[in-house]
Design a binder for this molecule. Structure first.
Ligand SMILES: [Zn+2]
Length: 398
């Protein structure tokens, strides 16, 4: 392999589970976030399927900043915690814990707890011994002061936060595993927090559910770099002597919101291992990618049906906008300004412009607004109406 400086800066040149080198593994897709590199932890990555162990992962990662710095500074997860009204995914995690028959006084920690969605569901259900580990200081302050939940400020593997002095009956990682760079080290750190007979609860997207979604490659986001199925989760935990004791799909009622996720409960020395059926992670990923490819063709046709030669505003600076750039649907020359509601993005450069607050639109010239979000389309339309804006809307999805 040619050793260039470019190549040297890439992270993950092998499978994060078994170490098989990328050059021997199947390359399924390329992701390019370079037009919004200022706000994304990675500029580019390749999606691989390991020929040896079957793990699906992002490799050849071009980092823009150390991952912990990104989650500390650019967190999407510390935005307006008071807006929370009890989300379905966290409720499912709480139910999973409740069904496992643990006492309400069990010592439970949520690792990467964000604004404490799971912890607040547990508190509501009567659990009294709750802890969080979280990188964002704002989240820690909020949980400590407003919810009275003891929170350690730090990341996984960070012994200075004081968390390692404790041991827990349940260690929860919800929506965390798909973000982690060093899978073994990070899960080992969490497993070591377990008390005798403790349970490790992992909840993350399950690649075998991806084909349910036509979401324009959103599952391969700027933050998600591991795409698990039950096989790969079991492979990872088996190396740490953890046995799968229960499995459940999150299976939410509200469509397209976390319905791709599953939950796995692991224990140590339990003497029982859950049997599970055939898992087809790679087939699911390939099918998902081809469905997204078809969807992209429709979006391209839709886009070309609008007259946009005078330019337009882009509302939504995230993964979907990056996808539209990656495939050459959007063109920087036509973009007049970029808006996003996430205050952490404001002032950062994306698609040739500093990201602005949507409030600024009120005093700006009336150009069409392209809404670059599928899931937030309706709320954004609601906001546009509430602000009394009468700009023409470019709708690529409905
Ligand atoms: Zn592998």
């Amino acid at each position: 392999m040619l050793f260039t400086e470019d190549n040297a800066n890439k992270k993950r040149k092998c499978c994060p589970l078994c170490g098989s080198q990328n050059i021997y593994n199947r390359k399924l897709f390329e992701r390019d976030f370079s037009e919004a590199g200022d706000m994304s932890p990675f500029r580019r990555y390749q999606v691989y399927c390991c020929s040896k162990c079957g793990m699906l992962y992002a490799g050849d990662l071009e980092e823009t900043m150390p991952l912990n710095d990104y989650y500390r500074k650019m967190s999407k997860y510390d935005d307006n915690p008071e807006s929370w009204d009890g989300d379905d995914y966290s409720l499912r995690v709480q139910e999973f814990i409740a069904d496992s028959g643990l006492q309400k006084t069990s010592k439970i920690i949520d690792v990467g707890c964000g604004a404490g969605y799971v912890l607040r569901q547990l508190k509501k259900a009567g659990y009294t011994n709750l802890y969080g580990l979280e990188l964002s200081e704002a989240n820690c302050r909020y949980l400590q002061n407003s919810q009275g939940i003891c929170t350690f400020n730090g990341g996984i593997g960070d012994w200075s936060s004081g968390v390692a002095k404790h041991s827990f009956d349940v260690v929860v990682l919800k929506g965390v595993l798909e973000h982690l760079m060093s899978l073994y080290d990070d899960v080992l750190f969490c497993a070591e927090l377990l008390a005798e007979g403790g349970r490790l609860l992992l909840a993350c997207p399950d690649v075998t559910n991806f084909p349910r979604f036509r979401d324009c490659y959103q599952q391969l986001s700027s933050e998600h770099i591991n795409y698990f199925d039950t096989n790969s989760i079991v492979y990872l935990c088996a190396a740490l002597d953890l046995e799968l004791i229960e499995f459940r799909e999150v299976g939410l009622f509200r469509p397209a919101t976390y319905s791709e996720c599953s939950m796995w409960m692991f224990g140590k020395g339990t003497g029982k291992t859950l049997k599970y059926g055939n898992v087809a992670g790679e087939d699911s990923m390939v099918l998902y990618l081809s469905q997204c490819g078809n969807q992209l063709k429709q979006i391209r046709e839709r886009y070309s049906s609008y007259y946009l030669a005078d330019g337009f505003y882009l509302w939504g600076a995230g993964t979907l906008a990056a996808t539209l750039f990656q495939f050459g649907i959007l063109n920087k020359n036509l973009i007049r300004a970029v808006f996003d509601s996430n205050t952490n993005y404001h002032g950062h450069l994306a698609y040739g412009h500093p990201v602005q607050s949507p409030q600024d639109l009120q005093k700006m010239k009336r150009f069409p607004i392209l809404i670059a979000s599928q899931t937030a389309f309706a709320p954004i339309m609601g906001q546009i109406t509430a602000m009394g804006l009468n700009n023409p809307i470019i709708d690529l999805f409905s």
